[in-house]
Design a protein around this ligand. Sequence first.
Ligand SMILES: Cc1ncc(COP(=O)(O)O)c(C=O)c1O
Length: 441
Amino acid sequence: MSGNPLSSFRPHQRAFSRRDFLRLGAGTAAFSLAGVEALNASVYESVDRLCREWPDQDSPDGVFWEALREHYLFEDGLVMMNNGTVGPMPEPVFNTLMSFFHLQCTAPCEFYNTFGTRREEVRAKVARFVGADPGEIVLTRNTTEGLNFVANGLDLEPGDEVLMSDQEHPGGINPWRLKAARYGITVREVPIGVPPRSVDEIVDAFESAITPKTKVIMVSQTVYITGLIAPVKELAEMAHRHGVLLLADSAHGPGMLKLNLRDSGVDFWAGSPYKWMGAPCGAGILYVRREVQDRLWPTIASSGWDTAQDARRFETMGQRADPLIFALGEAVDFQARVGRERIQRRIQTLATHLKEGLTEIPGVRVHTSMDPYLSSGLTAFSAEGVDPEVVENYLRERYNLEVRTIGNEERGTRGVRVSTHVFVFQEHVDMVLEGLRAVMA
Ligand SMILES: Cc1ncc(COP(=O)(O)O)c(C=O)c1O
């Protein structure tokens, strides 16, 4: 990789000088598709070697995870434990992103003549990644867009009801509030616990709220305030028994959870792969189950909205930032090379270590379920008598470690949220625990 300007391009480490700029400019061949392919191949070679050498290593920390972290471009010493907002791209994704913007500059016609084919390649990869058919995948810009496409595109009558949990994100709540203001539908909240005690408790809460007017249930598969992983399969099964559609907001799901959307039975599912999956911001995924596609109108229309036979008709958006989509394809490849199961196990192992540590500190309340079926990489907690912001600031100042505050007082969810992704080590989790003990002392 040495000698390639992309591999050493770390604009955040220091001011970007004119000399740097010239050095980078002189090597723009490195941005070529071939240059980037070679660069990425060397990253993948090293990942493959690691996987061969450490076939079973999930934890504790060690060579595998340390070497993997090297393929992220963090500034020195940054401990990134907030994936929920925006996560980092690993090196190959960044390289691919840059190479396609470069192609737009150097050979715009090659860029636009090939992007249709390339987009379809990415759709197929994404479909495999989430366990769906390519004809069920809409390449959106983010979760909010996907959720709006669903709320906007369904025919509902005044008085029809949409149920949602009391822990939804504004990007999920507001599309339905807008529909309520415009068309007179009713939106009702269903309280779920902090944390809920079981799958049945969650399913029963929704089932008992269903009325003859209920048409849709919307629930976060990955609840951003508490870290709950909602049992969407069980919810979909129950909803369908009542003739109700299930929409899952999985903003954090791609890259955190092993997904099989066909098997889950959800009707609609929206995700933001730039949080946990390493894609760039501006690349999103919407799944529309084939069997319900005829019930959804496109929100944006250009050629194809009325002729495309599958979910592609929800994506006739005109020109867009295709390099983001191609980089999303690279993010799928990176995840596959490391191993989906391995990633998921590692995330869980770190989260369990964190939760076990938290339960040992008197005065700490864990808002996330201890059940691995109902939790994954997001862990939220509060500490008696300590403002969450104090914890957040202490961890940043003491360890250069990023977490975030979340939730609200009235609903009993105000606290600190910690993400435990593959570039985090057990020692970083211990820093969170040590820091928390220090501010509580
Ligand atoms: C559960 C949930 N839904 C929706 C969103 C909105 O995501 P985006 O900004 O990618 O549309 C977020 C963002 O954090 C989220 O946590």
